[in-house]
Design a protein around this ligand. Structure first.
Ligand SMILES: Cc1cc2nc3c(=O)[nH]c(=O)nc-3n(C[C@H](O)[C@H](O)[C@H](O)COP(=O)(O)OP(=O)(O)OC[C@H]3O[C@@H](n4cnc5c(N)ncnc54)[C@H](O)[C@@H]3O)c2cc1C
Length: 458
């Protein structure tokens, strides 16, 4: 009997999980020239996705994938070549400056974080799956306990039923995986009443079409990578950022993030549906004290492609009481702001671990039932995910506080930001080395920046 898995959401987390499972457990199912009959399958996967098709919604900007998480998952899923065909290693150039363009940090060369457009990643993932695996236009409205008929006592993994917007239902799964993102219905239906809360940051995503021609100065500044400009303001809760990011199609995304209350979109003094009015307000008021070269980026952005966004997060360390037969991964489990660039990477790492948990279930034939073994393995997966996610959520939260809620940033806290990032990268055994060398590293960084800020920065 095949292990039946339902995945809700064909985002990066859901798709990589499906691909990993098929590639590692029964790769024959991925062959285009052959169909593996249902009766011969050791794993039977269905993804339910609310969108109508793979390119239903513009997939926005660029994601940086990391060697030991995001890229590792693609390698384990047999998608390294496809990734390399789309990855931009020159997209690794990164700069952090203040609003006057004074540079506090520049990275180039191999940082182990190549960029890939979100749309390319989605295409790679969905095209890597058998065509019939994703059921598009299947919006989950809830998960409920299956109504028992007669004296039947339904329990264990088979107790759940998925309900869709079109009135249909689906059940009979050994495991339901909620990969349905920030506002996960799987999470809210049965696992937790906790809702994402507003992070205190919101803003606009803009696009400069064909940036090399339309805004050559910005193109040069961003240097085919990512350009972060921050200003923590002079009082609490007044931080602003402008982030330019090159895309592979020649366009550039420009994100304007600001510390703001949750209802900011209702209280603005211009028409929030009018891209030209938004740009004008940003240039003439909100960002008027910023370097003219940065304002040019806003000026050249397409006024018909301005998207307002509020950033939400789940509490750091969020967890839920385990329920047999259901789990979560990706943003559904640990939504955070994008300020550490870790969301997709963490989601891919989750998928590696959940794939291992399922694979081990099929490999373990020690007398206990598959249902019990799978449940134990999923419990262990959730525990591990929570530990990993807590570290990343906490790092991301502190990064946000440093950039948007610390007056004087980045000038007065760049040293702390760098040290925290070094610590974050030193997980596992290298954390000990980080701790041992901390006094020396901190002294070097603080002294270096003291000299730099005093004598070299203008
Ligand atoms: C502006 C921005 C920039 C970012 N930059 C980075 C970065 O550089 N690096 C990085 O690692 N991360 C980044 N992230 C975070 C990253 O985008 C997310 O962590 C990642 O997309 C999570 O993947 P996911 O599959 O868990 O969720 P999602 O990407 O949200 O996918 C969820 C899927 O589920 C579907 N779905 C939702 N509800 C239902 C339903 N009821 N029924 C059926 N289907 C449903 C959705 O349509 C979607 O396809 C960024 C995020 C933002 C907002």
């Amino acid at each position: 009997m095949a292990l039946k898995i339902a995945i809700v959401g064909a985002g990066p987390a859901g798709c990589i999980l499906a691909r990993l499972l098929l590639y590692q457990i029964q790769p024959e199912q991925l062959r285009k020239d052959k169909t593996v009959e249902k009766s011969a399958r050791s794993i039977d996967i269905t993804i339910f996705e609310s969108e109508h098709s793979v390119d239903f919604r513009s997939q926005g900007g660029s994601l940086d994938l990391h060697d030991h998480t995001g890229i590792l998952a693609l390698r384990k899923a047999g998608l390294n070549e496809e990734f390399l065909a789309h990855a931009r290693y020159d997209g690794e150039a990164m700069s952090w400056t203040d609003k006057s363009l004074r540079a506090y940090l520049k990275l180039s060369g191999n940082t182990g974080r190549p960029e890939i457009d979100r749309s390319d990643l989605r295409k790679i993932l969905t095209e890597s799956l058998p065509e019939d695996i994703v059921q598009w236009n299947k919006k989950l409205v809830g998960v409920r306990k299956k109504p028992a008929s007669g004296n039947e006592n339904i329990h264990g993994a088979d107790q759940w039923e998925l309900e869709f917007m079109d009135g249909t239902t689906a059940s009979g799964y050994d495991l339901i995986v909620g990969a349905d993102g920030a506002w996960s219905k799987v999470r809210s239906s049965v696992l937790s009443d906790e809702k994402p809360f507003h992070s205190g940051v919101g803003g606009y995503c803009l696009v400069i079409p064909n940036v090399k021609e339309t805004a050559p100065d910005m193109y040069q500044l961003v240097n085919r990578g990512t350009y972060f400009t921050f200003d923590g303001g002079d009082k609490p809760h007044s931080g602003r950022a402008l982030i330019g990011q090159q895309l592979s199609n020649g366009n550039m995304t420009v994100s304007l993030w600001m510390a703001c209350p949750e209802n900011w979109q209702e209280t603005v003094e211009y028409d929030i549906n009018d891209g030209a009015a938004i740009k004008q307000f940003m240039i003439e008021k909100k960002y008027k004290d910023w370097h003219p070269r940065l304002l040019e980026a806003v000026r050249h952005a397409d006024e018909n492609n301005v998207v307002a966004r509020s950033l939400y997060m789940l509490p750091v360390g969020f967890t839920w009481p385990h329920q047999q037969g259901i789990t979560l991964l990706g943003d559904a489990a640990h939504l955070m702001t994008p300020f550490a660039g870790e969301g997709v990477n963490l989601a891919f790492e989750d998928a590696i671990h959940l794939c291992d948990a399922i694979k081990e279930t099929l490999a373990e034939k020690n007398g206990s039932s598959v249902e019990k073994t799978l449940d134990n393995n999923v419990i262990a997966f959730e525990k591990n995910m929570n530990q990993r996610a807590t570290i990343t959520q906490s790092h991301t939260f502190e990064q946000m506080v440093d950039w948007y809620f610390t007056p004087g940033s980045p000038g007065n806290n760049i040293e702390r930001v760098i040290l925290r990032n070094l610590k974050f990268k030193s997980q596992g055994s290298s954390l000990l080395l980080y701790n041992l060398t901390y006094p020396f590293t901190a002294a070097m960084i603080y002294t270096g920046y003291f000299i730099y800020k005093r004598f070299l920065l203008w």
